[in-house]
Design a protein around this ligand. Sequence first.
Ligand SMILES: [Zn+2]
Length: 64
Amino acid sequence: MRVEIKGCQRCGQDHPVDAQPLSNPTDQFTYWAMCPTVQEPLRIVVLTDGPPVRSPTARVLKED
Ligand SMILES: [Zn+2]
């Protein structure tokens, strides 16, 4: 699933990623993706609220 990351946890930039669903999520982070800038994983909260959108959107929350 292609999603746009705002304020990436790893590099701090905005960029799209290919998000993969976690097999056993334990909280609101249900997807993960690899940051293309530093090649490290980030956890993703996918927002499904609001009006229908043509493409999925995602928001990355701070881990700390
Ligand atoms: Zn990044």
